[in-house]
Ligand binder design. Structure first.
Ligand SMILES: [Zn+2]
Ligand SMILES: [Zn+2]
Ligand SMILES: [Zn+2]
Ligand SMILES: [Zn+2]
Ligand SMILES: [Zn+2]
Ligand SMILES: [Zn+2]
Length: 463
């Protein structure tokens, strides 16, 4: 195991300003609110310069409101209503606060929340009837939900996969199990999946047993988007005609639709996968020795498939070069990915200079760390790829997932870096308390430069 060393030292977390009190009189300055709980001492009246405690503002957990407590001996006005001494009231973005019992003689303040993406995410709450989140095949809440098109009905991946398999065995047209419309397309629906998961969290009685879920997962065959040719005569006729005769604008053909390659030829019921890199089609071949999916993101890529069949790029069909899907050990890297170190360019430059200082190349460093990953010497908790525990140097991944892997490995490379390879100026920096999870590093260039962010959060993680 590679261990992170060096606990945080005395550097203060630089909290972001999350709200402001904006005075109605521009001669006064804004009161910035940084900590989750702030006592505001500056009672300013138009007639005196005395400063006294007048209120305490505490951020609410919904992040889009706060609670104000009147700490002054006087009644104050919040949104026109009186708030007695020691009383509290909820304020929202735009609330007006008068630090005294009437408008006369007091400078009013408008409470303004500085929106963060996190807050706006939390504000969006969607109400869905449980019955509208049920699969019409198994009558349970969707599990790993897929959506079929054009009718847009939703099913569990396992339920729909079984249905699809049976229809294909009978060589019949794939119809929607709910409305009997011809299905042309099926894909995972990540948005509905999150909703279904939230529902199961909210009401555990809707949950299925682990055995049921495992069985359902074993049926699931939809990983990436599937394109299904409908088996009616009209389409069957066109399936073997020239590419330019496709009148609906969609290209549902692949080299194996036209002629047999490697002992396989598509028929009118063959389910196709659309390559995420070139947009081309390939037949979905479960059990064919070569992977058609990236193991890191489960999306389909055609590079490895056509390469294995010896089919090269032609003018007739979009086909990737082999590079879009290949084993981790065969990918190469020449520059630090934009994603590395949470996109913090200061840290990326430091890493680059460490590599140079060691007299090595990035490719060489990554190859070494892939070996460590292969030998299970690295904690994979933060590896942002699907099936993270299964990944080895022989796993086939797409270019995007490879860059994510490289970024992950560069974190560990930096964590284990002997100090003398780090530029002196960078080595002197103290760790940010929020570590890699710090949000301030993304909008404060100075903060990003002054603190080390290649470290574990030791406080108030934002993630
Ligand atoms: Zn189902
Ligand atoms: Zn339908
Ligand atoms: Zn085909
Ligand atoms: Zn991928
Ligand atoms: Zn492709
Ligand atoms: Zn920071």
């Amino acid at each position: 195991m590679t261990e992170e060393s060096g606990e945080c030292s005395g550097a203060k977390p630089s909290d972001e300003v999350w709200a402001k009190l904006v005075p109605s009189d521009s001669r006064y300055s804004d009161v910035e609110i940084r900590s989750e709980e702030k006592v505001i001492c500056s009672e300013i009246t138009a007639s005196s310069d005395d400063k006294l405690n007048w209120c305490k503002i505490v951020r609410n957990s919904d992040l889009c409101s706060a609670t104000i407590e009147n700490n002054s001996p006087n009644t104050i006005l919040v949104d026109g209503a009186e708030v007695l001494s020691e009383s509290t009231v909820v304020i929202k973005d735009g609330s007006e606060i008068i630090p005294g019992p009437d408008r006369e003689g007091f400078v009013g303040y408008r409470f303004s929340i500085i929106s963060s993406p996190e807050a706006s995410q939390r504000q969006l709450k969607i109400l869905v009837d449980v019955d509208h989140a049920k699969c019409s095949i198994c009558l349970n809440i969707w599990h790993d939900v897929v959506t079929v098109a054009p009718c847009l009905h939703n099913f569990c991946n396992g339920c729909f996969s079984e249905w699809l398999r049976r229809l294909q065995e009978k060589n019949s047209t794939v119809l929607c199990p709910q409305c009997r419309a011809v299905v042309q397309f099926v894909g995972k629906n990540h948005f509905l999946r999150n909703i279904a998961e939230d529902m199961l969290k909210a009401d555990s009685s809707l949950r299925r047993s682990d055995e049921e879920v495992a069985l359902l997962d074993s049926y699931s065959s939809v990983r990436s988007n599937l394109v299904i040719k409908s088996g009616n005569k009209h389409h069957r006729k066109r399936a073997h005609s020239a590419l330019n005769e496709q009148s609906d604008g969609t290209n549902l053909q692949c080299p194996q639709c036209v002629s047999e390659v490697g002992g396989f030829r598509c028929n009118q019921n063959t389910v196709h996968l659309q390559c995420q890199a070139c947009g081309g089609m390939m037949p979905s071949r479960n059990g064919f020795g070569v992977s058609q999916y990236c193991s890191g993101c489960d999306r389909a890529f055609c590079g490895a498939y056509w390469h294995a069949l010896g089919i090269a790029r032609s003018n007739s069909y979009p086909i990737c070069i082999q590079d879009t899907l290949k084993p981790i050990s065969e990918h190469s890297i020449s520059r630090i990915p934009i994603l590395a170190h949470e996109k913090n360019t200061h840290e990326q430059n430091i890493t680059e200079s460490c590599v140079r200082q060691m007299g090595r190349t990035l490719q060489d460093v990554i190859a070494e760390w892939i070996t460590k990953l292969n030998n299970r010497e690295i904690d994979r908790t933060r590896l942002p790829l699907n099936h993270a525990e299964m990944i080895t140097s022989r796993t086939l991944v797409c270019c995007e997932c490879y860059e994510k892997l490289v970024s992950f490995l560069l974190y560990w490379f930096r964590i284990s870096m002997p100090k003398h390879f780090v530029p002196a100026e960078a080595a002197r920096r103290e760790d940010c308390w929020y570590g890699y999870a710090c949000r301030t590093q993304h909008h404060s260039d100075e903060h990003a430069r002054k603190r080390n962010h290649v470290c574990r959060p030791t406080r108030g993680s934002h993630t």
